[in-house]
Ligand binder design. Structure first.
Ligand code: HEM
Length: 311
């Protein structure tokens, strides 16, 4: 009687922690259904990865996004797509696991598909999924504030942000930024435009790091906003005659911070050009990942596991 009372009280308070106990079969089935979504639309994979970062930015991963915050632009549609599967009575995933767990599985599936796109036989980043995340009572939406990193953060501020929010050291921050090897930026969402890795936005690989160390690439700053509201980002151009000066990708100032100490002003313009800026202490790790995808995968698995285990 007493335990029934406690369970009822817990349920009323939204403490649904004990309500879910997904089996391995549930987890596999959820990943399969999410995989089908990505098969049908490859652009969803990177969006699932971005979603989990934005979910876990608050104190824990709780299946809740504040749609009033512009940093979350574009995520409502992503959540609706996932919800069509999560709440589908054919699968009943919403009775087997929290929405936060389901979103984490979506991000892991996105990485798996991205590895497959690069090299199907490759070992994967070792990500340890343990269910048990608890959704906020109003999931998938919340009015709670959240503080996001922004692309014009000065190097010290950026590394401090990741230390304060996730307890990541500078190397771990350099590793987690490799997530940008997937996906693209869209003007309507963030003001930024383009794909980080021009030829591989759906491949989860070391290409992001290669872009930063390849000596034949020329990086220049471009304002893709307006004079009144500048949005500074970096554009990569090939310089070898064989490559015809083609575009090779983009970086946000925060991406460049992991290899060069940008001297950023308040709107994200750096007073030093790429090669003239001092090398950042984390450049050693960037070079290591360029040399070894395996090293990147190993470290990414560990740091991503840390990110998704904020329960
Ligand atoms: C300093 C830190 C970061 C900044 C400033 C930042 C900023 C951004 C911006 C501006 C976009 C473009 C969004 C759009 O226009 O739709 C984006 C996309 C993305 N971000 Fe980040 N990000 C950061 C860290 C991270 C981390 C830690 C992850 C994952 C763990 C991540 C994963 C992604 C992914 C996968 C995309 C591509 C989404 C798509 O293709 O729709 N980001 N990020």
């Amino acid at each position: 009687m007493k335990s029934l009372l406690i369970a009822t009280l817990g349920f009323c308070l939204g403490l649904n922690e004990a309500a879910f106990d997904p089996t391995q079969a549930d987890i596999t089935s959820a990943k399969q259904q999410i995989g089908s979504l990505i098969d049908a639309n490859a652009a969803l994979g990177p969006k699932f990865l971005r979603l989990i970062f934005h979910d876990c930015v608050s104190k824990k991963c709780d299946g809740c996004i504040n749609f009033d915050i512009p940093d979350n632009n574009g995520l409502k549609e992503v959540i609706n797509t996932l919800d069509n599967v999560y709440t589908n009575p054919e699968f009943n995933f919403n009775q087997k696991m929290s929405r936060a767990d389901f979103w984490v599985l979506a991000s892991i599936e996105a990485i798996d598909v991205g590895v497959n796109n690069d090299e199907p036989s490759a070992a994967r980043p070792p990500i340890n999924f343990v269910p048990g995340r608890v959704d906020c009572p109003t999931s998938p939406r919340t009015k709670d504030p959240a503080s996001f990193p922004h692309s014009k953060m000065k190097p010290a501020d950026m590394f401090k942000y990741f230390k304060d929010h996730f307890d990541f050291n500078a190397n771990e921050t350099t590793t987690i930024m490799g997530a940008h090897t997937l996906g693209r930026a869209v003007k309507e969402n963030s003001g930024h435009i383009g794909r980080w890795t021009m030829d591989g936005e759906f491949s989860f690989d070391k290409a992001y790091y290669h872009l930063l160390v390849e000596e034949s690439y020329l990086w220049t700053q471009q304002n893709v906003g307006t004079d009144e509201k500048p949005v500074w980002q970096w554009h990569c151009q090939t310089t070898l005659p064989i490559d015809n000066g083609e575009s090779c990708g983009i970086m946000l100032p925060t991406d460049i911070n992991i290899i060069r100490e940008l001297q950023l002003n308040d709107v994200g313009y750096s007073s030093c050009e790429f090669l003239a800026c001092k090398l950042a202490p984390t450049n050693v790790l960037v070079e290591k990942y360029d040399q070894s995808q395996e090293a990147f995968y190993q470290d990414f698995g560990a740091v991503f596991t840390k990110l998704i285990n904020r329960k």
